[in-house]
Design a protein around this ligand. Sequence first.
Ligand SMILES: C[S@@+](CC[C@H](N)C(=O)[O-])C[C@H]1O[C@@H](n2cnc3c(N)ncnc32)[C@H](O)[C@@H]1O
Length: 263
Amino acid sequence: MRLEALGDAAWQHVNNRYYDGAHYDRRYEDYVHDVQFWCDLAEASGRRVLELAAGTGRLSLPIAARGIDVVGLDIAQAMLSRAKSKAGADGPRFLVGDMRDFDLDQRFDLIMIACSSICHLLSDDDVLSCFASARRHLDAGGTFAMDLVLPARETAIADGQWRPRFGYLDPAGRGDVTVRGRRSYDVASRILTDELDYEFSDDGRVERATRVSRMYPFDQLCPLLERSGFAIRECHGGFGGEPLTDTSAIQVLICERAPRMAG
Ligand SMILES: C[S@@+](CC[C@H](N)C(=O)[O-])C[C@H]1O[C@@H](n2cnc3c(N)ncnc32)[C@H](O)[C@@H]1O
């Protein structure tokens, strides 16, 4: 698929510094607590895995290292270029595509959407379209799984105030990158907007990136999964199988193809 063909809002909102692969990897260097979970689930599910919104291959690469066939799909070329540069000859196949509508002419044992990437879909219609594409690509008996934040924690700092957010060494080797941000939340649409100012210590320049996402509480996501022909097999509040509660940081949902589509 040609990237220009995706030249709509979904691509536009990842066309900024936050989704620059080298910067993303620096930012997420210490974010490793989910890797074991996803690798184990992939191994238990079969031999063919599709990661939607695969980014820089943070998860696709270690899964492939276990000898599993992995396809990673992402809308941002800047993320996939980085993923490809890290993958060896036997690594995952990385493809540019939109998870809301894709056709890979292939079926999988596990389709996964990790690291709250589902929150990039900004309407129920987009989620339903994504789930329909996923279902078409899932083998009978296959697993569809995702993890995503719980809204309460994410919206707790959505007060419009600028505050320090994160920092890392510039991947270009030119000093530090310091990021400040302010967050706002629209309760009616459940859209969370992060404005992030990236300040580069070498020349003091500041780049603004805007990150837009939508919150999906468990009770809003369940009916969308059921309408799309998925049954929730397990849900947890962490990667170690913790119970899902109102105060969990994360919701982990493991689903299977329901025999019939719900009503
Ligand atoms: C938080 S990153 C997660 C990347 C990777 N899964 C990980 O765990 O590190 C979210 C990813 O979603 C991708 N994305 C956003 N909208 C998308 C869409 N409509 N289709 C495919 N990928 C999308 C972004 O380009 C980005 O790489």
